[in-house]
Every structure is written in structure tokens, then in C-alpha cells.
Write a protein that binds this ligand. Sequence first.
Ligand SMILES: *Cc1c(COP(=O)(O)O)cnc(C)c1O
Length: 402
Amino acid sequence: MPGTELFGAEERKEVEDVLNTGCLFRYNQEAIRNNHWKAKDFEAEVRKITGAKFAHAMSSGSKAIATALAASGIGTGDEVIVPPFTFMATIEAVLFVGALPVFAEIDETLCLSAEGIKKAITPKTKAVCLVHMCGGMADMDPIMKVINDHKLILVEDAGQAFASSYKGTYTGLFGQAGSYSFDFFKIATAGEGGVLVTNDETTYKKADVYSDHGHDHIGNARGMENHPYLGFNYRISELHAAVGVAQTRKVPMIKEKNRKHKKFMQELLSKTPGISFAKVADPNGDSATFLNIMLPDTETTKRAVNEMKNAGVAGFDYWFLNMYHFINQWDHIKELKTISKLPIEVLGAPQDYKNLQLPKTQETIGRLISFGIKFKWTEEDMKTLAAKISECVTKAMKPVTA
Ligand SMILES: *Cc1c(COP(=O)(O)O)cnc(C)c1O
């Protein structure tokens, strides 16, 4: 969580600007805001890094992906292809816009594969909600071919891939709209926050209106604006946006350090038999928030995880058993346990969620251990950690048999 590690004077200064005026609201109020527009500044910083033509800050990454779907015209009854390895917000967003998630296979990029997407397409498929996982990115050339061949809408959940790119294009900008999260756990944090990006002005305007009760934001009379269509409140506050501004300015520096640390760790660990790394579709565009270690098979990986726990190694995720990132533990999604009826419960699920066969995904996530890369790691810290990981993996590779 490099952003969280670097919280300091810059963030305090931006927040103080807002506290000094008391204008916590992002729209209008020119008379009291002393010309501070933190949400707009936050959006400008995101555009600067990604090259997006339009950016719209919101209250969370979850709301940003839900808005990206809605603004792309995805709604009730539309089949949307999704990955079984993602933070579950992706699936919730699809369900809550009324659409029907269809799970497809990922590959060693930890993202949906072109082949997986192709196999999941049905006559009802309207869109793909691609998720760029663990700071990396999906293999976009073959994926864009499938998207274009089948005339599908692409929406990207780049919740954990802000500032990563593929062959020069930033994640979130391959399809109609994309989203980043700035929650506490991401490369940069606003406390809570999300940003929708798009190069399409119409999609941007829809997102802007939708995320603020339909206000068209034309003119300066808050209660008197037109409301071209229905919306809801997904607004970000100026306080959160202020933190987002200061944090986003630090991202180029964070990314450079992350990449250095990841390279160093990989060099140390690649000497250990059994250790390989998840595929990065474009190594030059990796924001390197995670070091993704792959072991030969799930059983060895489980043994390595236990060895690491016993050895007191901290700071890693074994997603295969994680409650929020992997489909195996998503019982409430598979059984559609809801507190009030969703469209999918009326229309019927497009797949038998309880009996999905996703062998490639099972095999890939079973072998994956991810370490969050720390900005403040010293060379000594990394050498110590790598040595411990190596030792645990080596033990796991040669289990003691009775
Ligand atoms: C973090 C995350 C989200 C949700 O973001 P919030 O800001 O916490 O709502 C969505 N998708 C992915 C892939 C994420 O990692």
C-alpha cells in the first residue's frame, strides 16, 4: 500500500485548503470556496497520468465501475462476461445494474484471456467487464480482436491497475469506459474514492449526470438545473478528493520505486527451484504493486503458504482461499443471497454458478501467492524477505513423507 505509506505534508496541505473554506461540496458555491476545486484537480491529475480525455471522480471504485457499466448502456438482462478472480465489487456492480454475470477463464496474466472470453460468448452477450489484476494488465491485443470481431462493449475495471499500461495505452482506456479505485489498499488512496475514465465525451457526460441525481451541471443554480435522466448520489467529497490530488501526484515516483523493488525481488527469487512469476502482458507498463509468485501446483503452494505462516512471513495474499477475491468462496453470489430481489433473480442466472467448470482459473489461482510491494522496503528488508520465501518454498517443494 505505497500510497498509505506516503501520507504526509502534501495531503495535509490539500485537505487544509478545503477545511479553511468549509466548502466540502464539489459543485458550485463559488462565493465561499476560495477557488479550490479539489475534485476537478484530482480528475486533472488522473488525466495527466493516463492520457484519458475525460475523468470523473466518485465516492468509490465500486461506484465508478457501476457507473462505467451504466454509462456504457449495460442494464437489465444484459449478459456481461466477468472474471472469477477479481475483487467482488466487479460482480456486485454487474448485478446491481441489473445485468447477468457470465464467468469465463483467466490465464497466467491473472486476467480474462481472449480464449476464455470467446468460449463464454452467447447470443445474449452484450459486454465484457475486464479486470486488470494486481497492478498488471490483461493481454489486450488478442482480447481487442475478440471484442471487435463479436462487436461487444468493453468496460474495464482497473480498480487495482491505476497507472499501468499496455503498449502505451493506459488500462481503463481500451473500451468504452474504465474505472480506478483509490481506496485504502491501492497504489494511491483518497481514503475512499474512485475515478471513471473514458475517451468518449457522451459516455463521460452520462457518467457525470448519473453520479449526481441527474444534474446536468450546466449553469450555476444548483436546484434549477435540467435532469436529462435519472441518477443517484455517487459524489466524492472535496475532502477525499483533496487527499486524492496529493496522492496521485506521488504515483509516478511510487511506480518507479515499485518497479525497482519488484525487479530486485524477482532477481533474488528466480534462483529458487519451483518459483516462477505471473505473466505481465507488457512488462514496460507494470505499475508493480504486487510481486506475484507462481509455484508448480496447488498442493505445493498450500504447503508453502503454511510454511510462510509458521515462519512469520507477513504481507502476502493466497487468493485461492480469500473470501473476497476468488469465486470458490463466493457462496452468497452463487446462491444469490440478497436482501431484496435483483433482476437476475427474476430473469434467471445465465450459468449454473454452483457447478462452474473453470479448470484453468482453478489451476492458476491455486499456484499464486502475491506480496504487496512496499515503497519503504530497504535492500536489507528485501534480501531478508526473499531468503525467507525461498526457504519456505524449498521446504514445500520437498515435503517430508511419513
Ligand atoms: C478495490 C477494487 C474495487 C473497488 O474499489 P472501492 O474503491 O473499494 O470501492 C473494484 N475492483 C477491483 C478490481 C478492486 O481491486
